[in-house]
Design a protein around this ligand. Structure first.
Ligand SMILES: Nc1ncnc2c1ncn2[C@@H]1O[C@H](COP(=O)(O)OP(=O)(O)OP(=O)(O)O)[C@@H](O)[C@H]1O
Length: 355
């Protein structure tokens, strides 16, 4: 990777928060698309924003890049308030924001290097300088050999690499990623995420990701914010939110990537107290680093057994989710025992026969 790509933003700015939103509101008729959103993104951080369809994610991103004006509230980018600015004075601030899109938005009649250099052309850079910068950026994204190619000659992953290089051309303080991997296959998604992570750590680039792909957030975000009906319903470090989602919205968004109770057991669950209880146990961070399962089975050797689950790692933090069957007589003791070890426990119901 190229070590010469200049990064003026981090050299010249001192503010810790690249984005600060305060009580942002935007209505469309009866719909509150943003209903009092306050959040901040620190320099060098990767923040994921997730939410169901209609939660307000696009409205938020459109407010950030100036395409939408909030009804009220404050937007500060790199220490400057952009709410209330005229279109002309917004222009230089827009350059502080690079954007990548689901469908790449490349110009098909222009070569790869021309696409990358386009933001610099708009800024009035001389041709030789902007092509030199494009070459640096193409090396950064691993596409040096494709400078003279046209977008139609590239794969989806390569097109997104061009999109990333173009987004970085004017040395933005912030990269907004709007579903940037949603049109890519899983392997290409992984390589694009690795590239974004690499750029984030090499250049200290601040990234705000809007996505419906929970894997994306799990793999590269530091923190996550969950939007629902225009409000923030949950936020925190990804490993914490993903290991212990507190709201039904977050639980439902994460259902595809967290271990779930096997269907053959879920179908037989009943709320009555007959038969074994099925208990969901979530444990993360320090508490999960110890021999949690061993302690649990040592304490309840004959009347508990693991039916499903395992330990994953999110940003180096262990995150465990287990489903345990336990006799009705021992369930309350097991719950207290697991909670004392730092777990979050939920009794899901009972199964009359053996699970
Ligand atoms: N221009 C508009 N006119 C009317 N209603 C709008 C407009 N833009 C957004 N909305 C409404 O505001 C709410 C939030 O929409 P938004 O597009 O921000 O959600 P989203 O989280 O991005 O959804 P998706 O994941 O489906 O893109 C929705 O109820 C939507 O119908």
């Amino acid at each position: 990777m190229n070590k010469h790509v200049s990064w003026t933003a981090s050299e010249t700015e001192t503010s810790e928060d690249v984005i600060r939103l305060t009580d942002l509101r935007r209505r469309f008729g009866e719909t509150a698309a943003l209903d009092g959103v306050s959040l901040s993104v620190q320099r060098g951080e990767i923040l994921g924003i997730i939410g169901r369809s209609g939660a307000g994610k696009s409205t938020l991103i459109r407010c950030l890049n100036g395409l939408e004006r909030p009804d009220s509230g404050k937007i500060e980018i790199d220490g400057r308030e952009i709410t209330g600015l005229t279109e002309a004075s917004l222009q230089p601030l827009r350059r502080k924001i690079g954007m990548i899109f689901q469908h790449f938005n490349l110009l098909s009649a222009k070569t790869v290097e021309e696409n990358v250099a386009l933001p610099l052309k708009i800024e009035g850079w001389p041709k030789a300088k902007r092509l030199a910068r494009a070459a640096e950026l193409l090396e950064l994204v691993g596409l040096s050999g494709k400078a003279k190619a046209y977008p139609s000659e590239l794969s989806g992953g390569q097109k997104q690499r061009v999109g990333i290089a173009r987004a970085l051309a004017a040395s933005p303080a912030l990269l907004l990623s709007d579903e940037a991997t949603s049109a890519l296959d899983p392997e290409t998604t992984r390589s694009i995420l690795a590239l974004l992570k690499d750029i984030n750590s090499k250049l200290g680039l601040t990234i705000l990701l809007i996505t419906h792909e929970m894997e994306v957030v799990r793999n590269i975000a530091d923190r996550v914010t969950v939007l629902d009906a225009g409000r923030i319903v949950e936020e925190g470090p990804v490993w914490q939110v993903f290991s212990r989602p507190q709201t039904e919205t977050t639980k439902s968004l994460l259902s595809g990537i967290r271990p779930q109770l096997p269907l053959n057991i879920a179908e037989r669950l009943s709320p009555s107290g007959e038969g074994d209880a099925i208990v969901a146990i979530d444990i993360a961070g320090l508490a999960a680093a110890g021999p949690f399962l061993r302690s649990l089975s040592a304490a309840f050797p004959n009347d508990s057994r693991l039916v499903h689950g395992g330990v994953d790692h999110i940003r180096e933090q262990p995150v465990g989710r287990f489903f345990v069957a336990v006799s009705a007589a021992s369930v309350s003791n097991l719950v207290s025992f697991a909670e004392r070890l730092g777990a979050q426990v939920e009794v899901l119901g009972h199964v009359a026969d053996h699970a």
